[in-house]
Design a protein around this ligand. Structure first.
Ligand code: 5GP
Length: 198
């Protein structure tokens, strides 16, 4: 059976990943989104099982030890991980899946599942990135500084990604990702492995 497409989207905090991924999945019913585990506390309005599975550190570590996660990383002072079974079950069923994860996690996925498609989201400028994080108003001054420092570190990984999408306009960025998905589905290897004609 044809395997689904695993899409990995990363980019610095404030580059609009969340907005873009939400729009992408609401426009494309066939894309499943993986809900990550985190040890971070929920922000106002965040819902358990929708935004994240919020777990205590002990539970998180036991899931990592029991090999229940595909990748995990310590980001901006909290742990984050992708539950493994959900991702592989969907891919086996031929369903596409989207992971919105940081660069450390993406590099782990690249080792385990190199056939995934890796997309890096860029803000139009670092100035704009700072403005967006401040405007979001969910972070303390220290957290904003930490996220900006981390943004520079994350940019060092950009060449490891297959595609770069600049988010200067949300609709355009979503459209770029939809085009990437379409192109990936027409890749020679993918088509010849899934056709009975040849
Ligand atoms: P936030 O706390 O703002 O929701 O997310 C902080 C960072 O953690 C973002 O860069 C986000 O992409 C990343 N992140 C969210 N879920 C995961 C995950 O499952 N694994 C990894 N490695 N990073 C994640």
């Amino acid at each position: 059976m044809k395997k689904g497409l695993l899409l990995v989207v990363s980019g610095p905090s404030g580059c609009g990943k969340g907005t873009i991924c939400n729009l992408l999945i609401s426009n494309n019913e066939s894309i499943n989104v993986s809900v990550s585990l985190t040890t971070r506390k929920p922000r106002d309005g965040e819902v358990e099982g929708i935004n994240y599975f919020f777990v205590p550190e002990e539970k998180f570590k036991s899931m990592v030890d029991n090999n229940e996660v595909l990748e995990y990383a310590y980001v901006h002072g909290s742990y984050y991980a992708t539950p493994k079974n959900f991702v592989f079950d969907k891919l086996e069923k031929g369903e596409d899946i989207l992971l919105e994860i940081d660069v450390q996690g993406a590099m782990q996925v690249k080792e385990i599942y190199p056939q995934a498609t890796f997309i890096f989201l860029l803000p139009p400028s670092m100035e704009e990135l700072k403005n967006r994080i401040i405007k979001r108003g969910t972070e303390s001054t220290e957290a904003i500084e930490l996220r900006l420092k981390n943004a520079h570190k994350e940019l060092e990984y950009i060449r490891e990604y297959d595609y770069v999408v600049v988010n200067d306009q949300v609709e355009k960025a979503v459209n770029d990702i939809e085009c990437i998905i379409q192109a990936e589905k027409c890749k020679t290897n993918r088509v010849i492995n899934n056709t009975s004609i040849l």
